[in-house]
Design a protein around this ligand. Structure first.
Ligand SMILES: Nc1nc2c(ncn2[C@@H]2O[C@H](COP(=O)(O)OP(=O)(O)OP(=O)(O)O)[C@@H](O)[C@H]2O)c(=O)[nH]1
Ligand SMILES: [Mg+2]
Length: 358
């Protein structure tokens, strides 16, 4: 699953990208600011840490998502706009969008359209994404209409799609994102190949001045209806470049309780409707990523295809129950240990042992 860092020029995307990548252990080189960069980002998870402490396996493995750093989108000239379109095509291939908005002041870094105004920047980005989807929808409508003029075997299917596309067109023309128009799963499936921008989940990042960081960043706020996080990309970068054991001291000095980077990654995970289940063995404690609503046999197949093929049952304990009880024996005594079949819908934080036989 991939989240694209998107914004107007010089809003701090690459700085934030570097911070997130570095604290996941990958060093990034950003020599080519006009190109996309991809990094694997570890999803912070207290549950993995607790299980690791408790079971002391050889290693611990966090769930992962990808971040892609997209060059700044500039809509001020025709030439720049055509570059922006190429970049937006890359954003289409991502599962969600992190909109990075500049709020920091620094006279040596030119500000887009001479303004420091996150709300105006968000509105410009929003309009451009609506427009980009509208162009795609309109082109599709033309194509379907010309196909419908000829007697083809797909008439009924085309007519059905045309009606859907016309509804999407109306939505976009009234400046609403496609999330407002597409409600059913079958429509979502039908539209998947178009990869519309305004159907993607959005998390907003307000890149604020260093002295404007909130002390409690553990709460997500809201900005223009989107889940939003205020952070300083520059501070995040400074934290990420510190050795791990010096970070806590730095947080204290800055009055920060939760690093914004962790908060951002978690918010992305949630926006993509992902959850984690956990496995424990002598070798490894591990968090696995699945879409909410995944059944046990599919989850087993994520670990190994044999586990799905020879699925017998899932032995499940909710992490919170395990932690509250203290260990497996006490969980069983408390009646919180469950045997589940292949159709069981896996819940976030389930600690699972799959029994299988091949
Ligand atoms: N003061 C301050 N400067 C920042 C902050 N974030 C980024 N900058 C600076 O702003 C400049 C642009 O930052 P980048 O991270 O490269 O911005 P970008 O959005 O990737 O830029 P483009 O990819 O060119 O659109 C750099 O000089 C950064 O050091 C911040 O939070 N505070
Ligand atoms: Mg950049």
């Amino acid at each position: 699953m991939r989240a694209a860092l998107v914004g107007l020029p010089q809003s701090g995307k690459s700085t934030l990208f570097a911070a997130a990548a570095e604290s996941s252990g990958s060093h990034v080189h950003l020599e080519k600011p006009d190109q996309e960069h991809i990094a694997i980002i570890k999803v912070p998870d207290d549950r993995v840490d607790w299980l690791n402490q408790h079971y002391k396996p050889k290693k611990k493995t966090y769930a992962e998502i990808e971040f892609i750093d997209i060059p700044g989108l500039d809509f001020t000239t025709d030439a720049a706009r055509s570059h922006a379109r190429t970049h937006l095509a890359k954003v289409r291939q991502s599962d969600m969008i992190i909109l990075v908005l500049r709020e920091f002041h620094n006279s040596s870094i030119p500000s887009y359209r001479n303004r420091i105004d996150p709300a105006a920047d968000l509105e410009e980005l929003r309009q451009e994404m609506l427009l980009s989807d509208l162009e795609q929808v309109s082109a599709r409508i033309d194509k379907l209409q010309s196909a419908l003029r000829k007697p083809t075997p797909d008439r009924e299917k085309n007519q059905h799609e045309l009606e859907l596309m016309q509804r999407l067109q109306e939505t976009l023309e009234s400046e609403k994102p496609l999330t407002e128009a597409v409600k059913t799963e079958s429509e979502q499936k039908m539209l998947r190949a178009f990869a519309f921008l305004t159907l993607k989940p959005v998390v907003v990042v307000i890149n604020c001045d260093e002295d404007a960081i909130g002390t409690n960043q553990s709460e997500l706020s809201e900005f223009a209806g989107y889940p939003a996080i205020r952070l300083s990309a520059k501070v995040e970068e400074e934290i990420a470049s510190l050795p791990a054991d010096e970070r806590a001291e730095f947080f204290q000095a800055m009055g920060i309780t939760t690093p914004a980077r962790d908060q951002l990654v978690r918010a992305c995970y949630k926006a993509m409707n992902l959850i984690s289940f956990l496995t424990v063995s002598k070798n490894e404690v591990r968090a696995w990523t699945i879409p909410a609503g995944t059944d046990a046999i599919t989850a087993a197949g994520m670990i190994h295809s044999d586990m799905a093929r020879g699925f017998i049952r899932a032995e499940v304990t909710a992490f919170d129950d395990l932690k509250a009880a203290g260990d497996e024996k006490k969980v069983k005594a408390a009646g919180k240990f469950r045997l589940e079949g292949k159709n069981y819908i896996v819940q976030d934080g389930d600690v699972i042992l799959f029994r299988f036989n091949v």
